[in-house]
Design a protein around this ligand. Structure first.
Ligand code: FE2
Length: 435
């Protein structure tokens, strides 16, 4: 694992310069008449200029060439499975569960961009409102190519294999049980070491933030200092035909340029990529009876304009103590005005011991009932309620959205991983009524 250096904090105003070029950051202003070392100054805006200070996001990059030095964009029709077409399939309200998505065989070279597959989503990239859930299934590194998403932020959840990510801001190594966020527009390239699989939550509306803590107080859940951003790193590398791939209005485009875009010598600002180790999540739950709603496990949220309602929450179900008395401890039976997409990084999810496997997924859509299977119900209804550890060696997560998501043709048909018998896990629930 490479020993990259990181900056600690969430939403902080960072400053970083590559140690090969001391004093590359200008003092006291953003764009001097001439930058040190002959660099160009470039602002990357992640919010409206006039957004309130609490939401204002921008960074200044001091780079060898400005980003605009590239050939015209051309259509890049190499991946038909990355889509924003939510009308490919007829709506389907059924509970859905996918067996683990296949990683391409080693005989076929597939990189991160070619391996993106859209599973479900909702909204409109042009109206900047909505979300998409993708998986990535790849086995080789991006070489002499980089990617950026004009449509929104990517929250990336590696499940199998680690991601060695070079960004304009520096390098991040992200392994399973860590996540990273690459905000809209930031250029990055992904190197992998063999078979690699994971999930992506893309939001069009705005950026991820930490949830408010309310009565919890100043500490808890995901703490600010555990978020890590890269430190400046650059290469001054000539490359004939370096491919800059952009996702713009849901379609892919490629522009050729003759140099590496990772030529940022120094930067400062608060619009940055970051990663987070899920093992550092401080778990809070009931210590009396019942258990809290799953929102108590929210790591990051992308709020909508409706107060308290998220475009998407990223929620985990981490290892913890279960101590509630007089309580059915697993997740309750549920119908929700939200969409719940779940994945499993490793282990066995407590409400579904079988069938929900690492690298697979489930989707419980608007008002579609869901809950523990019979085996879980019987076990938890009769278990001795002593304090016990649950979810050790397990990390399940949920992308929960207030939007009603459509499943793509790839998700419902092409991937061939949908478990048609998922509904059967509830059919054996008996009528226990006694009067
Ligand atoms: Fe639920």
């Amino acid at each position: 694992m490479p020993e990259y250096k990181y900056l600690s904090g969430f939403g902080s105003h960072f400053a970083s310069e590559d140690s090969r070029c001391p004093n590359a950051l200008p003092e006291g202003q953003n764009s001097p008449q001439k930058c040190a070392y002959g660099l160009y100054a470039e602002q990357l805006s992640g919010s409206a200029f006039t957004a309130p200070r609490t939401e204002n996001a921008r960074s200044w990059l001091y780079r060898i060439r400005p980003s605009v030095v590239h050939q015209p964009f051309e259509r890049y029709d190499k991946n038909p499975f990355l889509t924003v077409n939510w009308d490919e399939q007829h709506p389907n309200p059924n509970q859905m569960r996918w067996n683990p998505f296949d990683i391409p065989a080693a005989s076929k070279t597939v990189d991160f961009i070619a391996g993106l597959r859209t599973v479900c989503g909702a909204g409109d990239v042009r109206g900047r409102h909505g979300l998409a859930v993708h998986v990535f299934l790849c086995n080789s590194s991006m070489t002499n190519s980089a990617f950026y998403n004009s449509d929104g932020d990517f929250l990336i959840v590696p499940q199998e294999g680690s991601l060695d990510i070079t960004t304009e801001f520096g390098k991040m190594y992200v392994k399973p049980n860590e996540i990273c966020v690459i905000p809209q527009g930031i250029r990055f390239s992904v190197a992998v070491d063999g078979p690699t699989r994971g999930y992506i939550l893309e939001v069009y509306d705005g950026h991820f933030r930490l949830p408010d803590l309310g009565p919890i107080g100043a500490n808890g859940l995901a703490n600010q200092r555990d978020f890590l951003s890269p430190t400046a790193w650059f290469e001054d590398r000539a490359v004939q035909g370096f491919k800059m791939v952009s996702k713009y209005q849901g379609a892919l485009f490629v522009a050729s340029q003759n140099h590496s875009p990772f030529d940022v010598v120094a930067w400062h600002g608060n619009y940055v990529p970051y990663k987070y180790d899920l093992a550092k999540f401080m778990v809070i739950n009931s210590v009396s009876f019942d258990h809290c709603d799953p929102s108590i496990f929210t790591v990051l949220t992308c709020p909508s304009t409706r107060y308290g309602t998220a475009i998407a929450d990223f929620v985990i179900f981490p290892p913890r103590w279960s101590v509630q008395e007089h309580t059915f401890r697993p997740p309750y039976y549920h119908r929700n005005c939200m969409s719940e997409f779940m994945g499993l990084i490793f282990g066995r999810y407590e409400a579904k011991e079988g069938g929900f496997l690492p690298g697979g997924a489930s989707l419980h859509s608007m008002m579609t009932p869901h809950g523990p299977d019979r085996q879980c119900f019987e076990g938890a209804s009769n278990a001795e309620l002593k304090p016990e550890r649950i979810a050790d060696g397990t990390q399940a997560f949920m992308f929960e959205s207030s939007l009603s998501m459509a499943v793509t043709k790839w998700g419902e048909e092409t991937c061939s991983k949908l478990d048609a018998k998922y509904y059967e896990c509830w059919q054996a629930l008996e009528n226990n009524f006694k009067i």
